[in-house]
Design a protein around this ligand. Structure first.
Ligand code: DC
Length: 226
């Protein structure tokens, strides 16, 4: 079957990574979580005291950062300069700082370059904010995943509670509003639905239904049945 590039974008907690992972598994494609790359850069900056308001130090630091992914039984692992940082990049100190780091244009340029290399041979599903608009504007399939903000907040709240993290629903809702605002208003690579993206609003859809929809989109685009 013809190999293609599938770009999946959407706001925080929209469930885009769940659908992206399921689609990659079904198609036997590689899956790349571009958000994990911005998180890995953020972790590197924190651990190496890189001041984000000092462009020269940022520019010197970027070539020293190598990010790759490893597929394991228990899921994808993010490897930063040879070290598994999958847990560290999900910590609050990283989540709180990543929006600022991902707004730096030199950082975005380098990440986009690395992401484009990963997609060179196609057969890839990548999710993020600017995948269909900036990273792969020529992607054969683009999907924009959305959900009602209250539903997204409810899901994130339940997820955090399960992990034993004490937080109120209102705080989660407020944080999502703020992240949506920062992600969609930044000057470079803002969160935006590509004109040719297919939108899936999953406020009332389960994973099976979304996967069915996504597979139909892929089949239509490549003109082959799976
Ligand atoms: O998807 P996530 O929440 O793990 O993403 C972490 C941060 O990285 C989020 O603040 C948005 C940013 N990001 C980005 O700017 N561009 C991408 N392609 C993916 C994520």
């Amino acid at each position: 079957m013809k190999k293609i590039v599938i770009a999946i974008d959407g706001p925080s907690a929209s469930g885009k990574s769940t659908i992206a992972k399921a689609l990659a598994k079904t198609l036997h494609y590689a899956y790349v979580d571009s958000g994990a790359m911005y998180r890995a850069v953020t972790l590197y900056f924190l651990e190496n005291n890189i001041p984000i308001d000092h462009p020269e130090t940022v520019a010197t630091a970027l070539p020293k950062i190598t990010i790759r992914f490893q597929r394991k039984e228990q899921g994808n692992r993010t490897i930063l300069n040879g070290q598994d940082v999958e847990s560290e990049i999900r910590q609050m100190r990283v989540s709180e700082y990543v929006s600022q780091v991902s707004a730096i244009s030199a950082v975005r340029r380098e990440m986009v370059r690395q992401q484009q290399l990963m997609g060179k041979h196609k057969g890839i599903v990548m999710d993020g904010r600017d995948i269909g608009t900036v990273v792969f504007p020529e992607a054969e399939v683009k999907i924009f995943v959305t959900a009602d903000i209250k539903e997204r907040a409810r899901r994130r709240y339940t997820e955090l509670n399960k992990k034993g993290i004490q937080v109120t629903y209102d705080a989660v809702l407020e944080n999502l509003h703020e992240r949506d605002r920062i992600d969609s208003t930044r000057a470079v690579g803002p969160l935006r639905k590509a004109d040719d993206a297919f939108e899936i609003d999953n406020s009332h859809l389960g994973l099976e239904e979304q996967l069915e929809l996504a597979i139909k989109i892929v089949e239509t685009k490549i003109g082959e049945k799976m």
